[in-house]
Design a protein around this ligand. Structure first.
Ligand code: ADP
Ligand code: GLC
Length: 476
């Protein structure tokens, strides 16, 4: 007889397709479906932002909270886009449109400490059985926004359920003043270096890293990097200390959303066996950006947040070299204003050769993946990276720095171009190498086909998460 699926509560501050600022949303949105095939039933707790509440079907209240940090709240259980959700409807904290973390002035909401402590506090209550008829066997929290979940579980009474904390990016740490302790309802006894204290502040990420039963990050190489002083952003000691209770599990992508054979967002469908549609996608993309529609011109692409992490200032530094090779570039991105401005200016100075769209555009991201010859990802650090996985899936050749998940997913000279030196010179060399490969069409096409043959789905990662859950539940 088939075993009953294991109920797991996932806790996240964003989830595709409802609210997304980056890869965390993609992971939170795709992993439940893949885990279902592994005998795990995921219910996801998310803040009840307007976009979440609007999408929630069949919602019914399952818990009422009279006062959650200054106002009433309730938990709604329902579904959206095939996801089983618990939405934390809490208007004084979440009834705000747009970016889930930033106000209209582009700065963090001043009450983010409360907004995400609330999410974590409720996660811990649900983990301890607060919702009638629903008892998760394990709680899986993501990133600093859900980091306090482990602290609330730890301090909420004896025998909490086991927990997993996944760090998607060690750079976002969520540190808030110690004076908030009484407001958050956390005991002063936990405010210590082996608790949720971090350099005199309350550390949300720290709480997850320190107090979860097991910590994962999103690629094996990043797991190694963050255990070194150079990559640990102050947490390497703690992460080394965790020993085997910390590990790396590579991300996948949703291969139904990202499927060149069925994608309705691109100009033409294609596959390894029938690659012709790719040419139409390239021509459509060149047209959209007003570039010369020449099949023989090497077209580079970028889809990215524009931040220091992503190393795109290095690309801005070598644009002249890209142009000197006779290549074209299309870039879709948003982030640091200075970088946005540099790319806008580059496009204005080189119409027909550089096309830039500043902003967030899901459809265009698909069109770029399907239409460019090569996708550039020159990250200074990259926990996993999903855009290079999309590139592999869509037969565009990823040109990446050898860091984190990029190093784990792109094979130099086989599925892409990997460079070691994280400088403008390093990237310049990689771009030149890509152009040299492109000059031999058969070789270049072989890279694309090899990439399309790689398994970038969630199948294997989901199995690893399911095995981890089972082991933690069994030894609990
Ligand atoms: P990160 O989470 O660090 O930003 P990832 O590569 O893990 O990087 O995930 C980024 C996700 O966001 C991918 O799904 C990518 O396609 C998407 N993305 C990034 N920038 C944009 C943009 N400007 N428009 C549309 N999608 C974007
Ligand atoms: C973070 C990382 C990125 C990773 C994503 C999903 O945003 O920057 O590398 O792919 O999380 O895990």
């Amino acid at each position: 007889m088939a075993q009953r699926p294991i109920p797991v509560l996932s806790v996240t501050s964003e989830i595709f397709p409802l609210v997304k600022t980056g890869g965390l949303a993609d992971v939170a949105g795709a992993l439940p479906g893949a885990l279902a095939d592994e005998g795990v039933a995921v219910t996801t707790l998310v803040p009840g932002y307007p976009a979440v509440l609007a999408a929630l079907g069949g919602a019914r209240p399952v818990l009422a909270i009279a006062d959650l940090f200054g106002g009433p709240a309730r938990l709604l259980r329902g579904t959206a886009s095939g996801l089983d959700l618990l939405a934390l409807d809490c208007p004084h904290l979440y009834a705000r449109d747009g970016n889930p973390y930033l106000g209209p002035d582009g700065r963090d909401w001043p009450d983010n400490a409360l907004r995400f402590a609330a999410l974590s506090a409720i996660a811990a209550s649900v983990g301890r059985g607060a919702v009638k008829g629903y008892q998760p066997k394990l709680v899986h929290a993501h990133d600093w926004q859900a980091g306090l979940t482990a602290a609330y579980l730890h301090h909420g009474g004896p025998k909490p359920p086991p927990s997993v904390f996944t760090v998607h990016n060690l750079a976002f740490q969520g540190q808030f003043p110690a004076s908030l302790l009484p407001v958050l309802g956390l005991p002063a006894s936990g405010f210590r270096f082996d608790g949720f204290e971090h350099h005199g502040a309350i550390g949300y990420l720290k709480a997850g890293l320190q107090l979860a039963s097991h910590v994962t990050t999103v690629s094996p190489t990043y797991a190694d990097e963050i255990r070194t002083e150079a990559g640990g952003m102050g947490f390497d000691g703690l992460l080394r200390y965790r020993g085997t209770t910390m590990s790396g599990i590579l991300n996948g992508i949703d291969t139904t959303v990202w499927n060149p054979e069925t994608d309705p967002l691109i100009a033409a469908r294609f596959s390894v066996a029938a690659p012709a549609g790719r040419k139409a996608c390239k021509a459509a993309l060149q047209q959209r950006f007003g570039l010369a529609t020449d099949r023989k011109t090497l077209l580079f692409g970028v889809v990215s947040r524009l931040s220091w992490q992503k190393g795109l200032d290095l690309l801005a530094d070598v644009l002249d070299d890209v142009l000197a090779l006779g290549a074209q570039l299309v870039l879709l991105g948003a982030g640091e204003p200075a970088l946005e401005q540099r790319f806008r200016q580059a496009a204005a100075s080189h119409p027909g050769q550089i096309g830039v769209q500043i902003g967030y555009d899901e459809a265009l991201a698909h069109q770029i993946q399907a239409g460019v010859d090569a996708l550039i990802v020159p990250s200074r650090f990259e926990p996993c990276g999903l855009t290079q996985l999309c590139a592999l899936r869509y037969g565009s050749v990823p040109v990446v720095s050898r860091v984190g998940g990029l190093a784990d997913t792109v094979e130099d000279g086989i599925t892409g171009v990997v460079f070691d030196e994280l400088t403008a010179d390093g990237l310049r060399g990689a771009v030149a190498r890509t152009a040299a490969l492109f000059a031999t069409p058969r070789r270049f096409a072989a890279l694309g086909s090899a990439g399309m043959g790689r398994d970038v789905s969630w199948r294997s990662p989901a199995r690893q998460y399911a095995d981890l859950y089972r082991a933690l539940i069994a030894t609990h």
